[in-house]
Ligand binder design. Structure first.
Ligand code: MTE
Ligand code: MO
Length: 262
């Protein structure tokens, strides 16, 4: 037995093939147990960390740190004004896919719809579609990507969120970290990091293929945000608000990435 372990300290070139195999096997096992121990210890340590619990995500702070670092990276990437690829009008689909109808229930009265912009407690703007249509119009034709795996080149028109902000003097509000948007019945809701909301291709959209939005596409007003997966392009916006904390987000609450950037 003593001989058996002694070979561990003898140079490889001085060992027979059999002795060398034994030596390498012992060394492999040694590292296997060492690394298993380290992995187990790391896992125990992570379990011992309390969860952040924000919106029920229950993410451990060390992992949250990694997620936040990722987010910072994407924010920096966005601030470089990378643009989603634009397509010619001829590429735009005539039959636009309808996906998801949460918050688009029948008990909706288009005649009384207003966009409520909550600036602060007790300070809410109530805007009509005409108010929004008076602002400069921007059109975009881009490849709309759903997280479920399909994509479609589609044509949208509306006001850039950044132009809307300028027109309504919302600069103080948009210095906050997040934008929150809800359907009028609050059944669907998203949170958008402000750099993505302020991206030059993000629209408060009221037209599809040059026509008013159809009901199932979110009439009268939806978000179009090409730098994100489709889940963030909320149809039928009822209220808009601003926060430094992450606003609740329907699909993030169900396990999808909060950022959902492309
Ligand atoms: N109000 C509301 N907006 C929504 C959804 C929804 O279910 N309800 N689904 C989202 C998803 S998953 C996608 S892919 C897009 C689909 O937009 P479309 O129906 O115009 O194709 O809308 C997003 N906006
Ligand atoms: Mo989607």
């Amino acid at each position: 037995m003593a001989n058996f372990f002694k070979n561990l300290f003898v140079r490889n070139s001085k060992l027979t093939t059999d002795q060398l195999i034994v030596k390498k096997t012992i060394i492999s096992f040694f590292f296997f147990f060492l690394l298993s121990g380290a992995a187990f210890w790391g896992w125990k340590w992570l379990q011992g960390q309390s969860s952040d619990g924000a919106f029920g995500s229950g993410i451990k702070p060390p992992l949250r740190t990694v997620l936040n670092k990722n987010e910072k990276f994407f924010n920096n990437w966005l601030s470089d004004k990378h643009l989603a690829k634009a397509f010619p009008l001829s590429a735009a689909a005539k039959n636009v896919r309808v996906n998801g109808d949460l918050g688009l229930g029948n008990n909706f009265d288009p005649a009384t719809w207003k966009l409520y912009v909550i600036k602060a407690k007790g300070d809410t703007l109530a805007l009509t579609l005409d108010d929004i249509k008076k602002l400069p119009k921007t059109e975009i034709i881009f490849d709309f990507k759903c997280i479920e795996g399909w994509s479609q080149v589609t044509h949208w028109g509306g006001v850039k969120f950044s132009d809307f902000v300028k027109a309504y003097g919302l600069t103080a509000e948009t210095s906050m970290k997040y934008l929150g948007l809800n359907t009028p019945d609050e059944e669907y809701y998203v949170g958008i990091d402000m750099p993505s909301a302020m991206h030059p291709q993000t629209l408060l959209c009221y037209e599809m293929n040059g026509q008013p939005l159809p009901m199932n596409q979110g009439y009268p007003l939806r978000l179009i945000i090409p730098v994100k997966y489709g889940i963030k392009s909320i149809k039928r916006i009822g209220t808009m608000y601003f926060d430094n904390e992450r606003p609740p987000d329907y699909w993030a609450e169900r396990g999808y990435d909060y950022f959902s950037g492309l």
